[in-house]
Design a protein around this ligand. Structure first.
Ligand code: NAD
Length: 214
């Protein structure tokens, strides 16, 4: 692993580079360059080289990068070369959509689905059955769950996070519009499509405004 602390923005770009490499591979490309990666990832070639340099050099001067090799390295760095067991808490509209999502692929395996609503408990899903929240702690330890997905209403999210932390979860993906507090050894990633929409409407309204002015 890198000795230097890797900036969060670099980690985000590594995910983008991996997507680019997967796309290149689908197109039959076996060698690439920092220039090509940069163009497809919409960053500069300098940025690509700097990001990859945190983890050692994967390119050969004048020859560039092997697509399958760099893809494998990035998957290793991102922790995607092994399986991760997930628990989903909050099995409403979002939780059920996540639970059935085929894109979780080989890497992410949901092994527990929890809700407080007795009307939902017992419902069969493509990958399991919805269980009462009371089963959460035991399921996390007995099934080796490492990542918790929170899809409960905002007001219940911190309490669910606390329970997941106490149960020994290693990381949380939070979909609820709430700022969660966890100990430093339990990282939280927030996913918020409304925040994405708000950024988009900022740029769209600015463009629209420019047209009106111009
Ligand atoms: P929903 O009302 O359909 O589902 C919420 C579920 O959580 C219900 O089944 C409810 O019984 C359950 N629940 C409530 N308290 C609980 C607790 N303490 N423990 C376990 N389960 C509990 O809501 P939804 O539309 O599925 O949205 C779920 C959450 O995700 C909300 O916080 C919403 O704001 C958020 N959301 C985020 C995004 C995003 O992009 N991040 C998108 C949609 C919704």
């Amino acid at each position: 692993m890198a000795a230097e602390r890797v900036p969060d923005a670099t980690v985000s770009r590594l995910v983008t580079y991996l997507r680019v490499l997967e796309s290149l591979e689908r197109r039959g490309v076996v060698r690439t360059s920092s220039e090509q990666l940069a163009e497809e990832a919409q960053v500069t070639a300098f940025q690509v080289r700097k990001d990859l340099a945190y983890f050692g050099s994967y390119g050969t001067r004048g020859v560039g990068y092997s697509v399958p090799l760099l893809k494998r390295e990035l998957r290793n760095i991102l922790g995607l070369s092994r399986r991760w067991k997930l628990a989903i808490v909050g099995m409403g509209r979002l939780g059920q959509a996540l639970a059935d999502y085929p894109g979780l692929g080989e890497v992410f395996e949901p092994v527990g689905f929890f809700d407080v609503d007795p009307a939902k408990v017992g419902k069969r899903l493509s990958r399991g059955v919805i269980e009462p929240l009371a089963n959460l702690e035991r399921a996390v330890s007995e099934r080796g769950v490492e990542i918790g997905l929170i899809a409960v209403p905002a007001e219940a999210a911190q309490e669910v996070a606390d329970r997941l932390v106490r149960a020994g979860i290693k990381g949380i993906l939070n979909f609820a519009p709430a700022v969660l507090e966890t100990p430093p050894h339990v990282p939280v990633e927030n996913v918020d499509f409304l925040a994405g929409l708000a950024r988009l409407t900022y740029f769209v309204s600015r463009n629209v405004g420019e047209e009106w002015v111009g």
